[in-house]
Design a protein around this ligand. Sequence first.
Ligand code: BG6
Length: 510
Amino acid sequence: MPPAELSTPRGQHAPVEPCTLVIFGASGDLARRKLMPAVYNLQVDGVLPSNLAVIGTGRKPMQPAEFRSRMREGIAKYSRRPLDPSTWSAFEPRLYYHRGAITESATYTELKSTLDTIEAELGLPGNRIFYLAVPPDAFAPIAQGLQQAGLTHPPVPPRPFCRIIVEKPIGHNLDSARRINTALGQVFDESQIFRIDHYLGKETVQNLMVLRFANSIFEPVWNNKYIDHVQITVSETEGVGTRAAYYDEIGALRDMVQNHMLQLLCLVAMEPPPSLDPNVVRDARIDVLRGLRPIAGDDVRKMTVRAQYGAGNIHGKDLPSYRREPGVKPDSTTETYVALKLLVENWRWAGVPFYLRTGKAMPVRASEIAVQFKEIPQILFNAPPHAPQAPNVLAIRIQPEEGFALRVISKVPGTKAHTRPVEMNFDYDDAFTTGTPEAYERLLLDVMEGDASLFMRRDAVEASWAWITQILDGWKRDRSERLPEYPAGTWGPAEADRLIQADGRSWRPL
Ligand code: BG6
């Protein structure tokens, strides 16, 4: 007997059409840690379609019961909300497993008959989402396998929808990104392809547009007349952990800057889009990438710093040097830290530097965008030359403790005219009682609804790779140079301090 309908107070979401989610790589970590807990939380929120099936596929032979119990265990461990037995029992019968190797054509023909059977049994209309939670060299074979088995079709209403979600990394440089995009484009229309950058699904990242364009006080000063510079920091306390096989080939520039950090930059620097239409918003974001001054030739050495962590201690925990981490090549030159200075060449931002830094094995886990305003004139309260007033800073905290703080100068109570910086602080947890959804919850629901605003369009992926590849090429030429080291648990190498100090500025303490 088909399972009962999923329960559903719909909140303010548009109804989502019943569909089937097929996850390739379902026995991997992403499915257990992120995807399944996200689907489960959407179910708790009552925003899933009333009729849904989830089919995990993977190479491992697994009985459906084993797959369900693995997913249950993942939800119990990683979901932001505890596993509720009655919600789980409504959800569990909708999970299926299909075994098959990505390279075998039988995988796809068998998948087709599995899909047909399940959809007929559940009364599903044939809307399908294929989630590729697999390395990028598997994207093309999967797309072709799906096509050859007749599992894809162009987006022509009233036919059921057919969408594909791909995870980063989309390539390791511009050429490889183009190859992947071309292979996907031979099977799917661009409107069917959803390239995930999970940073865009974070609540505070979405709030950037609201902060800028739903308030009247920021936009008039959001330009080179008032802003001195912007710092974007993503620091992580973890080392490479168990991901050396992936990370040692990739490094921090490709892993964090090419995607997440450039997307944060786009949201800070973009022009107000004329509407919230997904393509209009994405056009506004890509214009920032198009305005980036290339960092090439000698500028690579002047405007970028890369480094690797050495042995150290983070909050009482010893970490070996990166090169001694299991799975890392002993002579690896992969960077675990990057700092760079970039310029967006348009009328709004001319002359305003953006400083980006990211690293593993740092003292604090924090993602922050700090917009520092210009100093006030050296008169009145800023007259004494020995005690300049601290400039105003709007610090947007993406994680943890999501919120933002505006630093302003205030008079210290008393009979003297003493002043001191104070912070006007907004904290999500204090202001809202509803918990913050995980990025994957929002993003999966958006794909079900067909809203691509928070996904990377092909041109954006390639524009950001075009800019990053020039830096990578510069680094390749400088291979003989010694890679600076920073002890694990510190804020990166002295070279990164010099990069920003050369402009008379310094990194914000976090
Ligand atoms: C991933 C990177 O995309 O983002 C990881 O591959 C990194 O190396 C992670 O740790 C950071 O994401 P978050 O959401 O924990 O800040």
